[in-house]
Write a protein that binds this ligand. Structure first.
Ligand code: NAP
Length: 257
């Protein structure tokens, strides 16, 4: 996929990975459409992109509201003539705790954003991609959407849900020339942990956001099926494929999770 002049809609673009992706796609010559709830943050990012001579549009959107996601895609289409790439990246987590301690309200809220938000994006974007003769849908899930970890059940479950949806979608959309890519990042140094009541996470374990965004952009260009991005994510995934009981034991032993 050549990114120059492509219309790229990014959800969760007001912060962290989504914000960095907006700058990096713009640098590649893409026209970026920025979605999240924080309108002021989106406007500021769009203004910075315009200053570099690239095009950006800020569309305040709550991805849990289907009509707002529909409106987002319509706005992208009205401004730039269509949608080529959807980066379904908006995400939340919940305060750490065992599965037994996790509140129903947190489980539902996490599913609404991390899973239903992605579903609404697909429903709204696919008809526009079909009109262009193809496109790409990228789900930013997580490595814990491939292997569950302790004290994070609702978040892991929401990411497994997004992974499963994407896997079902992939063969269905291949006939329409729409590629589906799943991105499974490891820990990334963004405001995510502070935003979600987990400011205790040790920073040295986290990857720089610029590096992760660069790897995501590369995975889009290469139209990868799935990208685990880094060595630690690959190690967790493949250890779990071949030695799941050892991974169970290591997670149970780890007092930090
Ligand atoms: N950081 C990590 O270690 C890590 C690891 C693996 C996967 N991920 C995933 O990567 C994605 C981006 O996370 P991040 O690290 O960049 O976190 P972040 O800095 O907290 O950004 C999360 C983004 O999601 C948006 N968002 C949350 N609820 C939303 C809603 N209802 N509607 C629209 N947008 C909403 C936020 O914007 P508003 O608040 O303005 O709406 C923000 O732009 C998430 O899906 C996360 O699960 C992160």
């Amino acid at each position: 996929m050549k990114l120059k002049n492509k219309v790229v809609v990014i959800t969760g673009a007001s912060s962290g990975i989504g914000k960095e992706l907006a700058f990096q796609f713009a640098r590649k010559g893409s026209k970026v459409v920025l979605a999240a709830r924080n309108a002021a943050a989106l406007e500021e990012i769009a203004a910075q992109i315009w200053k570099t001579g690239q095009a950006a549009l800020a569309v305040p959107t709550d991805v849990t509201q289907r009509f707002q996601v529909d409106r987002l895609m319509q706005a992208a289409s009205a401004e730039f003539g269509g949608v080529d790439i959807l980066i379904s990246n908006a995400g939340v987590s919940h305060a750490t705790g065992t599965a037994m301690e996790t509140k129903e309200v947190d489980i539902r809220a996490t599913m609404e954003v991390n899973y239903m938000g992605g579903v609404f994006g697909v429903w709204a974007a696919v008809p526009l991609m079909e009109k262009r003769g193809g496109g790409q849908i990228v789900f930013v899930t997580s490595i814990v959407g491939k292997r569950g970890v302790a004290r994070n059940a609702a978040y892991c479950a929401s990411k497994f849900a997004a992974q499963g949806f994407a896997e079902s979608l992939r063969p269905e959309l291949s006939r329409k020339n729409i590629r589906v890519t799943t991105i499974c990042p490891p820990g990334v140094d963004t405001p995510f942990f502070a935003n979600n009541g987990r400011a205790d996470v040790r920073k040295f374990r986290l990857h720089p956001v610029q590096k992760i965004a660069r790897l995501i952009v590369k995975a889009c260009e290469q139209e990868k099926r799935e990208a685990l991005l880094t060595m630690d994510a690959k190690l967790l995934h493949w250890s779990n494929v071949f030695f799941p009981k050892i991974v169970d034991w290591a997670i149970a032993k780890n007092k930090e999770v």
